[in-house]
Design a protein around this ligand. Structure first.
Ligand SMILES: C[S@@+](CC[C@H](N)C(=O)[O-])C[C@H]1O[C@@H](n2cnc3c(N)ncnc32)[C@H](O)[C@@H]1O
Length: 257
């Protein structure tokens, strides 16, 4: 089976839009997956996935790059804590946060820690989503190796984590602040009325067209004045056209509808 036919059949059978991922990167990753399974043909992979749902989940888990860590880009998270969250909280009863493509949970839990430190835990609702069910299971488990925590200060480590052997388990008080669910940014419905959306280090894998659709949809999901927080290596060039004002590196504010 050709690569193009594989992508189309995956779309029809699994509603996974591989055409919205950057082609070269996707093909390289897929070819290395075939090598790993020691199969030569996309057709065989497709057949395996249709026969056994678990094969599809394993494929998805391999395809999606799940690298993440707490307070990724510490300077930006600092700014989020010092400037943007207090600004959003001002005069509001509830702050709604969406961590889209949250991977192993490091990102939404970092926000939950910030909320706790700012005394805003009781007034915030954090939803975290990812396409990959297997990584969401890890996120819900919330036990992390030291590498994920290199930006976590000793103070925070002591206050919010329990040591379990070589790993660190997030305390329940923070764990229960985040609700996880499976969601595909390229296909799912987008909820509304968010004050803060984090979507970091995932749109780099998507085509320009798909990126633009996603940023437009986030705009509709944000309340007026709500903030979109993107990754350090990402940039929204036509932000004005998409309904945003640029606040600083990585932060864009929704202008009024
Ligand atoms: C590199 S991680 C980024 C994690 C976190 N946002 C961060 O910056 O540390 C990318 C995540 O995007 C998820 N992902 C890939 N395609 C997706 C899609 N179509 N919809 C939702 N999540 C997706 C992957 O499963 C992966 O967990």
């Amino acid at each position: 089976m050709e690569f193009g036919a594989f992508k189309n059949r995956v779309m029809t059978s699994f509603h996974l839009d591989l055409n919205s991922y950057k082609e070269k990167q996707l093909k390289r990753r897929l070819d290395s997956y075939l090598g790993r399974l020691k199969i030569a043909d996309y057709g065989e992979l497709f057949n395996r996935m249709t026969v056994n749902r678990r094969s599809y989940e394993e494929f998805l888990d391999y395809l999606t790059i799940n690298v993440s860590e707490f307070f990724r880009d510490p300077q930006r998270f600092n700014e989020l804590q010092r400037v943007f969250i207090p600004g959003l909280a001002n005069g509001k009863n509830q702050i709604n946060v969406w961590s889209a493509a949250c991977s192993n949970g490091s990102e939404p839990y970092s926000v939950a820690i910030i909320m706790e430190e700012l005394g805003l835990s009781g007034r915030s609702k954090i939803t975290a989503t990812d396409i990959d069910r297997q990584i969401l299971n890890k996120a819900e488990h919330a036990v992390y190796p030291r590498e994920s925590l290199k930006n976590v200060s000793p103070d925070r480590l002591g206050r919010f984590f329990d040591r379990v052997g070589e790993s660190f388990a997030l305390k329940d008080a923070i764990k229960r602040k985040v609700a996880f669910k499976q969601h595909d940014l390229l296909a799912g419905e987008y909820d509304k009325h968010y004050d803060l959306i984090l979507c970091r280090n995932v749109t780099i894998y998507f085509t320009k067209e798909a990126q633009e659709i996603i940023y437009r949809r986030f705009n509709s999901s944000l309340n007026n004045g709500g903030i979109l927080f993107i990754g350090g290596s990402e940039m929204i060039f036509n932000y004005k056209e998409l309904g945003y004002e640029k606040l600083s590196t990585c932060f864009y504010k929704k202008t009024a509808d």
